[in-house]
Design a protein around this ligand. Structure first.
Ligand code: PMM
Length: 276
């Protein structure tokens, strides 16, 4: 049975979006050779997992047809897995999860925590893989209208606890589970910062936590110029690295990032800070 990767430090999940429209790298890796080459690069830089996704979750994005999602991700996962690279699949669909695990994926990264597809949890329970449940309140097209909380940290923890209970009821053992607060998914900029500051409260769930901060809009706003123009996504990597150091110092299980080597350096710094 697959158990969670435990590299002995905060793990790095490198992002490989095989999409035309992801917010920071949409279109960069849409054809198979470019996607596979980028997966090899992420692994060579030291990624513990390469996270292959075929559907953009950018706010406002529409759904991709199932066949298109399968055609984007399965051949990439096959080639990377065959080369011995540990791969996760970023999908909310059980058909894609099944095909991805058959192609070699070791973890299903479900940004909906099982809510988008009622068959997802039962399907994953039958597969030999780990499962990441992210906090989610609805599809990208209108998720930002659901960013309403009294106490965002408490509510995200409660809603994730429900997803964990659903996963366990469907037959997934807790040693296969990871949770994620879902920064930017039905969250305002202020909510993202509150969640980062309140991350130690997620210990109550008793599960490994992965956080995706990489290049997200709240960093674009933080780094905006004097006219208020957001810093472009690919120029948010240094700020992402700074957050990775803080996250490693706080002991998170994993980070999901577009770059790898600088994140591993930051993890060494954060890990040393924590142990010292
Ligand atoms: N963010 C994105 C996509 N997938 N998965 C997890 N587990 N956590 C995240 O924060 C997350 C995710 C959006 O970013 P992208 O478009 O750059 O992949």
């Amino acid at each position: 049975m697959t158990t969670l990767p435990q590299p002995g430090r905060t793990l790095v999940m490198g992002v490989l979006n095989v999409t035309p429209d992801s917010f920071s790298d949409g279109g960069d890796y849409l054809d198979l050779p470019a996607a596979v080459a980028h997966g090899f690069d992420l692994a060579a830089e030291g990624a513990d997992l390469v996270d292959v996704g075929g559907e953009s979750t950018r706010p406002g994005a529409g759904r991709v047809h199932l066949d298109a999602e399968l055609a984007r991700v399965v051949p990439v996962i096959e080639q990377l897995s065959r080369a011995g690279i540990p791969v996760s699949v970023d999908t909310t669909r059980h058909e894609v999860a099944r095909a991805a695990v058959a192609a070699g994926a070791v973890l299903v990264n479900d940004v909906s925590g099982g809510l988008a597809d009622p068959q997802m949890l039962a399907a994953v329970a039958e597969l030999d893989c780990a499962y990441l449940a992210m906090h989610w309140r609805g599809h990208s097209v209108d998720m930002q209208s659901r960013a309403v909380y009294r106490d965002v940290v408490a509510e995200v923890i409660d809603e994730l606890a429900e997803r964990v209970d659903a996963a366990v009821s469907a037959g997934l053992s807790r040693d296969r589970l990871v949770v994620d607060p879902g920064l930017g998914f039905a969250k305002t900029v202020a909510h993202n910062w509150e969640l980062l500051r309140g991350l130690d409260r997620f210990d109550a769930l008793g599960l490994p936590v992965l956080v995706g901060t990489s290049r997200k809009r709240f960093l674009g706003e933080l780094l905006a110029d004097e006219d208020g123009d957001l810093r472009p996504p690919k120029e948010r990597d240094d700020a992402t690295v700074a957050l990775t150091a803080l996250l490693a110092a706080s002991g998170v299980w994993g980070v999901r990032t577009h770059t790898v080597r600088p994140q591993l350096d930051a993890i060494k710094v954060g890990g040393m800070w924590r142990r010292g």
